[in-house]
Design a protein around this ligand. Structure first.
Ligand SMILES: CC(C)(COP(=O)(O)OP(=O)(O)OC[C@H]1O[C@@H](n2cnc3c(N)ncnc32)[C@H](O)[C@@H]1OP(=O)(O)O)[C@@H](O)C(=O)NCCC(=O)NCCS
Length: 192
């Protein structure tokens, strides 16, 4: 089912501006963080992540000048790990998460990562569905990973991210987003 069908009153946001996360974005980032997670990251955790410039990448998604989403990755050797991704609940189901994750994945490919991993709450069906579209496969479980709720996490992984099959998969997602754009233009998800 498409996001448009699931959220019939919502249309994909096709003018999302993706820029590097900066300290000035944190107020809104922290407010989104608090609205979607039972144990939100603190400002100091974000700042410590942002300080590790060579091994981290954090983006925010902005719509009409307002931060509505963010995502981050950590790079170790040839592996990329999705550390966080969240969209303001007012904008869920409008392909913002898809646009952010696609851009992060392209960055991982550009850095030569052949493996992309993440953890997800076992009850988080929406996120798992999105990750499934990006080719993530559940490979294991971390018992009690989320301490605050004593919930388990699934480990999800993309192997062979550098294969032509995987690039083709990413291109299909990109094509789908382009098709959803009103004018069907080819504007890409550029980073400031
Ligand atoms: C997970 C999250 C980032 C998805 O962002 P989003 O912008 O709402 O998602 P999109 O509109 O791009 O949808 C992408 C896919 O996610 C899945 N999805 C999104 N919302 C869903 C819902 N309510 N129910 C089931 N699947 C859903 C679908 O597979 C969808 O693809 P489709 O539109 O082709 O059906 C967002 O729900 C969120 O911020 N959740 C809270 C934070 C969180 O859980 N982060 C992940 C931590 S591991």
């Amino acid at each position: 089912m498409s996001a448009v069908a699931r959220f019939p009153d919502r249309y994909p946001i096709d003018d999302l501006e993706l820029v590097r996360m900066r300290r000035r974005h944190l107020r809104k980032v922290l407010s989104i963080e608090a609205s979607v997670y039972p144990r939100p990251w603190s400002a100091s955790l974000f700042l410590s992540e942002l300080a590790q410039r060579s091994s981290r990448s954090y983006l925010v998604g902005r719509h009409q000048g307002i931060t509505i989403a963010y995502a981050g990755m950590m790079f170790t050797g040839r592996e990329a790990h999705v550390t966080n991704i969240a969209v303001d609940p007012d904008f869920h189901g409008r392909k913002v998460g898809t646009r952010l994750l696609l851009t992060m994945v392209y960055e991982a490919l550009a850095r030569g990562c052949e493996r992309i991993s993440l953890e997800v709450r076992v009850t988080n069906g929406a996120a798992m569905s999105m990750y499934g579209k990006f080719g993530f496969i559940t490979t294991g479980i971390r018992k009690g990973y989320y301490i605050e709720t004593n919930e388990d996490a699934y480990i999800m992984i993309v192997e062979d991210a550098l294969s032509s099959a995987y690039r083709g998969r990413m291109q299909s997602i990109r094509d789908e987003l382009d098709d959803l754009s009103d004018d069907g233009d080819d504007s890409d998800d550029s980073i400031e």
